[in-house]
Design a protein around this ligand. Structure first.
Ligand SMILES: [Zn+2]
Length: 471
């Protein structure tokens, strides 16, 4: 799609915005345009050396556009630690949902990024010998080298840095979104939210203190999820919870519950993309995962969800769930940092890229994935990554907007590979409410007014997301 903003070139050459109202000027404009194209072509070949793209800023100086074309942009989308480049810890979920990583994973990522940077930069826009400025197929190079949403006004001409750091590549700030005044006591009737309070029972989640636990993540997540439920229901939403007490519910049980809820909604709304008989067949398969209530392949508890690729049964469910645009999935967790240096709120979501990149890595590095009896299915493309990212930004900015103490020094909004988000087709996020390991966060998490504010913020985020989507 062509960008709507006035191009850099128009701003530079024609202060009137590139408009040419006089026919007599057309020939001059054409000549000027040719000169500019030749200039732009020469400049592109010259300035692309070293992998940095420059543009002429409004004052005529060369400025750099760094972030959009960096060869490590995919790793940035996967989870750059912070805008300041400060390194913290992070975790990668394994296929059974348990989290591993921390410093080791960080080291691995740093090595991967280094490898990326060692690759020679190949400028995809370098012009070949047969380049002809008169070639009608040669379109305005600016349309190709600048992303759709690029606007030079977003950059400080003195520092070349973005005036406002985006929270995530391509992501908008939640403060860009606001509820229309008329929404006031807005209504969520007709919308469904599936809440997943993390951990429970024998799986406490993270604890504090580490060696003599007094606080368990699973207690906080249930309490927070119940408050969120009350807020959403007060506004008319239909809410389901994957656990309602301190019992252990397997990860794939939770996802099976989610699929069953979606089957019911789709059937009720006449949105089943397959026959009722097929829906019942899928229900039977999902019920097995719930009955077994284990996370392992060996137990059969993972059922049609095996953590690597998507089989035919899961594919059918995904296709059905993509159409349920008034249903969201939210998993509620607390974070923890062994070094106790990190604090604040983080939101995780999945995209095709974040899932596939992570699973490829696991197949290389995890011997279990190489077992002959481990079912590996085709990589799957089709997740609504942009919707997940939008919801994530809404959540982070609402929560931190209302509770500034939860602004994080870790990763505000990140694409990753959490099984609880990966194995269904609903738009959804995982909320790491705050760090149990941080003294201030932990004190905040014990306050009813803080938990209520988290709940209101999540409820606001849900509505904000639907408004943004126009649903
Ligand atoms: Zn957790």
């Amino acid at each position: 799609m062509k960008k709507e903003t006035t191009s850099v070139k128009d701003r530079q050459i024609d202060p009137a915005g590139g408009r040419s109202s006089d026919a007599g000027k057309k020939e001059n404009s054409r000549l000027l345009r040719r000169l500019m194209l030749v200039g732009a072509a020469a400049a592109l070949v010259f300035i692309s050396i070293g992998g940095t793209i420059f543009y002429l800023n409004k004052t005529g100086r060369l400025s750099k556009v760094r972030s959009y074309f960096s060869s490590s942009s995919s790793s940035r989308a996967m989870g750059e630690r912070s805008a300041s480049g400060k390194k913290g810890e992070f975790y990668i979920s394994s296929k059974d949902g348990s989290k591993t990583g921390g410093k080791i994973a960080l080291k691995e990522q740093a090595a991967a990024e280094k490898d990326d940077d060692d690759e020679p930069f190949i400028n995809p826009y370098a012009l070949g010998e047969d380049f002809d400025v008169d070639d009608p197929d040669f379109s305005d190079p600016e349309d190709e080298i600048y992303p759709d949403d690029f606007d030079p006004d977003d950059y400080d001409p003195d520092t070349d840095m973005p005036k406002q750091m985006p929270k995530d590549k391509g992501g908008k700030k939640g403060s860009d979104y606001s509820l229309p005044d008329s929404q006031g006591d807005y209504d969520l009737t007709g919308y469904t939210i599936i809440l997943d309070p993390g951990h429970g029972g024998r799986d406490t989640g993270c604890v504090f203190p580490f060696n003599a636990p007094e606080y368990n993540e699973c207690d906080f997540t249930l309490r927070i999820a119940k408050r969120i439920k009350s807020q959403l229901e007060a506004r008319g939403a239909t809410v389901y919870m994957t656990r309602t007490d301190n019992s252990w519910v397997s990860l794939y049980n939770r996802i099976a519950q989610t699929h069953l809820i979606c089957l019911d909604i789709a059937e009720k709304e006449g949105k089943l993309p397959f026959s009722k008989a097929r829906a019942d067949e899928l229900r039977g398969l999902l019920q097995t995962s719930i009955d077994i209530n284990e996370d392992t392949v060996a137990s059969g508890g993972m059922g049609i969800m095996v953590g690597s690729g998507v089989g035919e049964d899961l594919n059918d469910l995904f296709e059905m769930e993509y159409k349920l645009d008034k249903v969201l999935f939210l998993s509620v967790h607390l974070n923890s940092s062994e070094s106790r240096t990190l604090h604040g709120n983080s939101i995780f979501y999945v995209t095709d890229d974040s899932v596939i990149e992570s699973e490829r890595r696991q197949r290389r590095e995890n011997s279990e994935f190489r077992r002959s009896d481990f079912p590996i299915r085709d990589e799957y493309y089709g997740r609504h990554g942009d919707d997940n990212q939008l919801l994530a930004c809404c959540l982070y900015d609402n929560i931190v907007g209302n509770i500034p103490q939860f602004e994080t020094n870790a990763t505000p909004v990140n694409a990753d590979n959490y099984a609880v988000l990966r194995e269904h087709g609903l738009t959804g996020c995982l909320i790491e409410t705050a760090f149990l390991s941080d003294d201030n966060d932990r004190a905040m998490l014990q306050r009813d007014d803080v938990i209520d504010t988290v709940a209101v913020s999540v409820s606001d985020s849900v509505k904000m997301y639907f408004i943004q989507k126009g649903i």
